[in-house]
Design a protein around this ligand. Structure first.
Ligand code: SF4
Length: 295
């Protein structure tokens, strides 16, 4: 099978930095309790690696609920960021805090803080239940509205004239485009601040461009990862090619490749390169099969 190795793919600077911070925290505190508040990045392989280093994963529906499960030691805040309340409560409990929030997420928090301080009402485009919106909304819960779809824009009741819209870092420009257009129709004065990070945009762009010359695309990563799911979506919606999400080579299904000769491979920003390499090697060893057996 011919395999197109799409670039850029895989780890972004935020994930590299978060992994470095957690490894350092574990190495500097042997024998002490070190807990990561939620998955450091949304990838099971990374979570397992840290479990082997003795780092405890504390997971719960919200970061505040997760914090309730930690009483001593060090907590590591993940690349997705947390609300000010989580940070304050952790310090009040006497925990040591290692902050691995990605610098791009920090910038969104700063933007939202400054807009709200200037009296803006902020529409935040993001995914409910994901930790990044939880953290950003916690900056000023009374002034920020989380919106996921065009339909939700139609139900917004906003009093303020000072309106701004911003985004979760790992959405796609194509996702947010239609929602922002509808917001502009309803609220022509709205200010737009696109916060989709460069790493996400570059990976999506590369996947869409490469997919045009491929029969299908394999996206390597976790179904919990927002940026990984968006890669699948942009390949399917914009390049109109089949796209399959796999966690590892073990998830590859032979029937996907019947009649396929050229397969693109990309991976989410939180996928270890070793896992993607194994997928590529497995695909390269496959014989392309005919679309159907001859009569
Ligand atoms: S995907 Fe973007 S925002 Fe998220 S960790 Fe990577 S660089 Fe940071």
């Amino acid at each position: 099978m011919e395999v197109v190795k799409i670039r850029p793919r895989g780890y972004c600077h935020g994930v590299v930095e978060a992994i470095r911070a957690l490894r350092q925290a574990a190495a500097e505190r042997p024998g002490e309790e070190v807990a990561m508040l939620g998955h450091l990045v949304h990838n099971e392989h990374v979570t397992r690696e840290f479990a082997e280093l003795g780092v405890r994963l504390v997971d719960a529906p919200s970061r505040l609920a997760a914090l309730d499960q930690v009483e001593t030691g060090t907590i590591v805040l993940t690349a997705h960021g947390v609300s000010p309340e989580v940070r304050e409560r952790a310090l009040a409990k006497g925990l040591k805090v290692v902050d691995a929030t990605c610098s791009d997420v920090v910038r969104t928090h700063e933007l939202v803080r400054s807009l709200c301080a200037d009296g803006y009402t902020v529409i935040y485009l993001g995914r409910r239940g994901h930790p990044e919106p939880e953290g950003v909304l916690g900056e000023a819960p009374e002034s920020i509205h989380l919106v996921e779809s065009v339909e939700e824009v139609d139900h917004l009741e906003l009093e303020s004239d000072k309106l701004a819209v911003t985004t979760q870092t790992t959405l796609s420009m194509w996702d947010t485009g239609a929602i922002i257009e509808r917001l502009r129709q309803r609220f022509p004065q709205i200010e737009v601040h696109n916060e989709i990070c460069l790493a996400t945009q570059e990976r999506q762009q590369a996947a869409v461009e490469a997919a045009a010359s491929c029969d299908l695309v394999i996206v390597v990563g976790s179904s919990r990862s927002s940026n990984t799911q968006r890669l699948v979506q942009v390949v399917a919606d914009l390049a109109h090619r089949p796209a399959h999400l796999v966690d590892s080579a073990a998830d590859l299904r032979p029937e996907w490749f019947r009649g396929m000769h050229r397969v693109g491979v990309t991976s989410g920003a939180s996928t270890p390169s070793q896992i993607t390499r194994e997928v590529i090697t497995t695909l390269e060893a496959m014989d392309p099969e005919p679309a159907a057996l001859p009569a």
